[in-house]
Ligand binder design. Structure first.
Ligand code: TYD
Length: 209
């Protein structure tokens, strides 16, 4: 049996990664492929810890947030656990796996406060995806979509999104030079046309009619 393909959708918060990962799985299934959606932070035990840390339910005594280093290590540990428990077994059984976020997220978000080289070293053994789709969006548009959610300060969100967007571009250029396949798509499009573009570009790249 042929091994499945490992596909990843990446982008700023507000770019629509979750929506597009779901639509891609549906599109692959319509073509008769066995495809499954997954995400990082994963649904496993380490992913659960990360979600608790991000929402403030898991903190140091006195309510202080976990350090950026602890979080970076948790993201790397979650990735390894996600690969071993879910992704690799599915690929080996011939299923296609579409992950909403993966390693590029660590290279874009954790360097907000840590050296990118350390983050890259922590993740050096992570499986390389067959193809990653980066949903490119103006930080301002992403931030305005996020501002519709409760408890986000627009200015803070915009400043953060700008830095994350720069980190994504830098990481993508380095990884492309290393031979990784990363497609960049215009995520300001409405979701249906964007989904069709992603499907065409991906299947074209993978040589699937
Ligand atoms: P996500 O689940 O996409 O957010 P939500 O479902 O709440 O919209 O991811 C949660 C946050 O975690 C997101 O802001 C990006 C961040 N993140 C990292 O900082 N590093 C990582 O390695 C990953 C996978 C996510």
């Amino acid at each position: 049996m042929d091994r499945g393909k490992f596909l990843v959708i990446e982008g700023l918060d507000g770019a629509g990664t979750t929506t597009q990962a779901g639509l891609l799985v549906e599109a692959l299934r319509r073509r008769g492929l066995s495809a499954q959606a997954t995400c990082e932070p994963s649904k496993g035990p380490v992913g659960a810890l990360i979600r608790q840390a991000l929402s403030g339910r898991l903190s140091l005594e006195g309510g202080k947030a976990l350090s950026p280093q602890t979080l970076a290590l948790l993201f790397a540990a979650d990735r390894d656990d996600h690969l071993e428990a879910e992704v690799k077994p599915a690929l080996e059984q011939g299923h296609w796996v579409v992950s909403d976020r993966y390693l590029l997220s660590s290279l874009a978000y954790q360097p907000l406060s840590l050296p990118v080289e350390w983050i890259a070293a922590l993740n050096a053994h992570a499986l390389v995806p067959d193809c990653t789709v980066f949903l490119r969006i103006e930080p301002k548009l992403a931030a305005s979509r996020l501002s519709l959610r409760p408890r986000v300060e627009l200015y803070e969100a915009l400043e953060t999104q700008r830095k994350v967007a720069e980190n994504y571009e830098r990481a993508i250029s380095i990884r492309r030079q290393a031979g990784e396949h990363i497609l960049s798509m215009d995520a300001s499009l409405p979701k249906e046309p964007l989904s069709r573009h992603i499907e065409e570009a991906l299947l074209g790249y993978l040589g699937i009619k």
